[in-house]
Every structure is written in structure tokens, then in C-alpha cells.
Design a protein around this ligand. Structure first.
Ligand SMILES: Nc1ncnc2c1ncn2[C@@H]1O[C@H](COP(=O)(O)OP(=O)(O)OP(=O)(O)O)[C@@H](O)[C@H]1O
Ligand SMILES: [Mg+2]
Length: 454
């Protein structure tokens, strides 16, 4: 996959963004520059969330958090959030993401392509309260029925007791009648709403518009996606394929627009940075394409040793030959990634020999643990392990150069193309050294642009 072009008319700091990432440029690494606050992080997060979350129901809350920050200008029927052209390996796929209101439906209807009456973007939101009401009423019905069944008249009872029970029964019967009538009405309402939702989806299907999600803001403006020349079913399957081919790497001390407003605020509250870290960690369990540089570095390095060991073991089982090549390869690669003279070894649990971490040694034999490694070393190791697993994908990286010496800022471009040669990389950056590893045409700008080199 290759992002060829992204257009964002207006979203937060982004205004009239239109950037092309040429398919034939070698290497496929594109620095994205601007002054601070130019919207680089906003753009990367917008692309990532739209492409990574649109086809997975459990990722939609992240998309909704971002959409809550979008509003359609007064008097307008829709707002184009982003347009993207993607090269899928065979053809250019032109996609458009738009937020709409009911006026948009009216305007489509008046174009005459469909003739459906009572449809509204509010319909999908009407079903949930009704199904909740239905289950509450059903609960009350079974409770009253149980009470009825427990009311028994027995011969030993006095006449007063008997008439008291009969009175209660009559009351419960009345109650049950009302509840059943209420249940019937709710069921009918649900069926009406469902058929309205079906009509809405059918209408959108005819218009080749894929309904992704309703926004969580009060206006319930949904997000739709349209791909030129594709039916809705094809759009859905393309989005789902694309979701596995988009990645975002960024610092953990950054505000993420796809977190809930409360979680975003945690970053700024004294003593709650840990909680922000927890919120990020949780989001990563649902967003497999999301990576933060420093939190998982040692975990992913440790995991790479475990994977190599398992690959060696599988080779022994399958071929009868144990080479240890995978393990040796990881050792060699890791060694190259560290500052001169340092070596890396997996750390084994003495009880059962499981790999539980990594340790390092300096040239003079001093033993070091991950917490003793430098920020830049850990970051580079983490990126290496992470990017090696990614193939044929669009990889968005924010502030990749932070913590790197200028030599490594230059080097990271070469590293990425070696570690994941089939990927396209878009690197939000302030680093001239990084840009110098590429041609000036590779470097894309957002306003206000980086100042030219003096
Ligand atoms: N609703 C909004 N409308 C317009 N601008 C906004 C809105 N919310 C935030 N901003 C501005 O958007 C900018 C944030 O953009 P972003 O973080 O994407 O910039 P950046 O290019 O990544 O900057 P840096 O290089 O400092 O990381 C800030 O200047 C912020 O004030
Ligand atoms: Mg930024």
C-alpha cells in the first residue's frame, strides 16, 4: 500500500492541506515538516484513525472521539473530512471521508437517484433506547408472572386470606395486561426503526456511500466513506484490508486526538501521567497498528528473542536440524543497533530458562540492563524490532528523530528502508539531518513551513 495523496480541507489546525507522496520516489520515505503547531501530528493521527478504525467495531470509539471534534458549518449539508488516494499495488483507489446531516440525504433524494421517504441519520440511534426499554418491560413481566405463580389459595386459608390473594391476583393480571401491551408497542416501534435503518442503509448503498459510524456528538452526524467506482461491499472490504496496512508510531508524551476527552486531560493533571500511560496502553490493546517509542521498547526486544527461539525450535521439529540461525541473526542485528562495543543477550529465568528480558554488556564486560541503556539506544532498538514485522504498509511516524544524535537522525532513513523495505514511511519531523538523507522533493511541508536552510 502507498498513500499517494491526502487532502484535508479543514480539521483543527489543518487548512487546505493537499500533499502528494509520489509512488516512484526511492526510497519511499517522506519527511513531513512544518513549524511547531503546523498540524503534523494532527494529520498523521487523522489518517491513522480513519484508515485503522473505520472497519473494526471495537475501534469505532476511537474514531468517534476524533469525530466529536468535527462540526459541519452552519447551513451546510456535509463536510469532507479527508480525501485520500491509495495505491493498492494494482490501481489507484480514491477515497473520500465525509460527515453529513439529514439535509445531505434530502439533497441526494432531490438528485433523483433514489425514491425513499422517511429516512434520517438519527434512526440508528433510536434502536438502542427501545431495545433497552424492551428488556426492562420483559423483566417486569417475568417478575409479575413469578409473583402470580407464587400466589396460591389453599383450603386451610381463612376467607379473608383467600379474598386478599384473589385481589392481588386481579391486580397483577391488570398489571401484566398493561405490560404486555407496552411490550407489543415497543416491539412495533423497534420494527419500524429497524426498517427505517434498513431504508437508510439501502439508500446509502444505492448512492455508493458506506456508513461507518454515527458521531458521538449531539448532532449525530455520521461518517460516510465513498470510494470512486466501488460498490459499498467493495468499499467495506477495501477498508478492512487497508486497516491492517496502516501504522502509527509516536511519543507517549503526546496528546492523542483519538483518546476520550477525559483521558486526554490526564496528561496535564499533576501526578496523573501514569494514568495517561495506562490509557495509552489500553488503547494499544485495541489498536494493533499503534506503537509508542519508549513504553514497549524492551518488551518488543524481549519478544524478538522469544520469536527467534521458537523459530529455531520449529525448524528443528520440521527439519530435524537445529541451526540456531534465527537467534544468531537477532543477536547480530541488535548488536549493530547499539552504540559501539555494546552487546545484547537475552536474560533467562534461572528456574525454567524462559526468556524474561534482555541484558547488555559493554566492551569492558560491564553488565547493563535495559534501564541502563540510553534513551536513543532503546528507541532505535524498539523501532527496529517493530518495523521489521511490518510489510507493504503505510507507516506514519511522529518525531522519530527525538533522542537521536544527528548521525542517527540521518541514519534512521537508511535504517527504515533496510528494516522494512516494502513499506512507505511518512515522518513528521523537525530534523534537517533526516531530510538530508533524501532529495528535496521527498520533503513535504505543511504551513507554516520549516524555514529554509541558511
Ligand atoms: N480546534 C482547533 N482548531 C484549530 N487549531 C487547533 C485546534 N485545536 C488545536 N489546534 C492547534 O493545532 C496545533 C496542533 O497541531 P499539531 O500538534 O498537529 O502540530 P505539530 O505540527 O505536530 O507541532 P509540533 O511540531 O510542535 O509537534 C496547535 O498549534 C493547536 O493550538
Ligand atoms: Mg507534533
Amino acid at each position: 500500500m502507498h498513500l499517494l495523496r491526502v487532502q484535508v480541507p479543514e480539521f483543527r489546525a489543518l487548512k487546505n492541506v493537499d500533499i502528494e507522496f509520489e509512488k516512484d520516489f526511492i526510497p519511499k520515505v517522506f519527511p513531513l515538516g512544518s513549524q511547531n503547531g503546523g498540524g503534523k501530528s494532527t494529520l498523521l493521527q487523522l489518517i491513522f484513525v480513519l484508515l485503522h478504525c473505520s472497519s473494526h467495531p471495537d475501534r469505532l470509539p476511537f474514531l468517534n472521539n476524533l469525530l466529536a471534534q468535527v462540526s459541519i458549518p452552519e447551513g451546510e449539508s456535509h463536510k469532507v473530512l479527508a480525501k485520500m488516494d491509495i495505491w493498492d499495488g494494482e490501481k489507484v483507489v480514491s477515497m473520500e471521508f465525509l460527515c453529513c446531516n439529514d439535509t445531505f440525504l434530502e439533497s441526494l433524494k432531490s438528485n433523483g437517484t433514489a425514491t425513499i421517504g422517511d429516512i434520517s441519520f438519527a434512526s440508528p440511534f433510536r434502536e438502542k433506547p427501545l431495545t433497552e426499554k424492551q428488556s426492562q418491560t420483559s423483566g417486569k413481566i417475568s417478575q409479575s408472572t413469578n409473583e402470580m405463580n407464587n400466589l396460591k389459595v389453599i383450603t386451610e386459608m381463612t376467607e379473608v386470606q383467600k379474598s386478599d390473594i384473589m385481589g392481588k391476583k386481579t391486580l397483577l393480571e391488570e398489571q401484566l395486561k398493561l405490560l404486555n401491551a407496552e411490550l407489543e408497542v415497543t416491539k412495533q416501534e423497534i420494527s419500524v426503526v429497524r426498517s427505517m435503518v434498513e431504508s437508510l442503509m439501502e439508500f446509502l448503498r444505492v448512492e455508493k456511500l458506506h456508513y461507518i459510524t454515527g458521531s458521538s456528538n449531539a448532532e449525530k452526524q455520521p461518517l460516510l466513506c465513498r470510494i470512486v467506482g466501488m460498490e459499498v461491499s467493495e468499499t467495506k472490504s477495501f477498508l478492512s484490508k487497508l486497516a491492517d496496512k496502516i501504522f502509527l508510531a509516536a511519543p507517549s508524551t503526546q496528546v492523542y486526538l483519538f483518546l476520550s476527552p477525559d483521558n486526554r486531560k490526564l496528561l496535564f493533571k499533576a501526578g496523573t501521567v501514569d494514568n495517561y500511560g495506562t490509557a495509552l496502553k489500553e488503547s494499544k490493546t485495541k489498536l494493533p497498528g499503534f506503537f509508542t517509542y519508549n513504553i514497549t521498547s524492551t518488551e518488543v526486544i524481549t519478544k524478538s528473542f522469544i520469536v527467534a527461539r521458537d523459530q529455531d525450535f520449529a525448524e528443528r521439529v520440521n527439519t530435524g536440524r537445529y541451526s540456531g540461525d534465527h537467534y544468531q541473526q537477532v543477536l547480530n542485528e541488535m548488536k549493530q543497533l547499539l552504540a559501539t562495543g555494546k552487546k545484547i543477550l537475552p536474560q533467562l529465568n534461572p528456574k525454567d530458562n524462559t526468556v524474561e528480558g534482555v541484558r547488555f554488556t559493554t566492551e569492558d564486560g560491564t553488565e547493563l540492563y535495559p534501564e541502563n541503556l540510553s534513551h536513543g539506544e532503546l528507541k532505535r532498538l524498539g523501532i527496529c524490532v517493530w518495523s521489521r514485522k511490518i510489510e507493504n504498509a503505510i507507516v506514519l511516524m511522529d518525531e522519530v528523530e527525538n533522542a537521536f544524535h544527528p548521525d542517527w537522525q540521518y541514519q534512521i532513513v537508511l535504517d527504515l528502508t533496510e528494516w522494512g523495505p516494502t513499506n512507505q514511511y511518512i515522518l513528521a519531523t523537525h530534523s534537517y539531518e533526516l531530510c538530508r538523507a533524501l532529495t528535496p522533493a521527498h520533503v513535504k511541508d505543511l504551513e507554516p513551513k520549516l524555514l529554509p536552510v541558511r
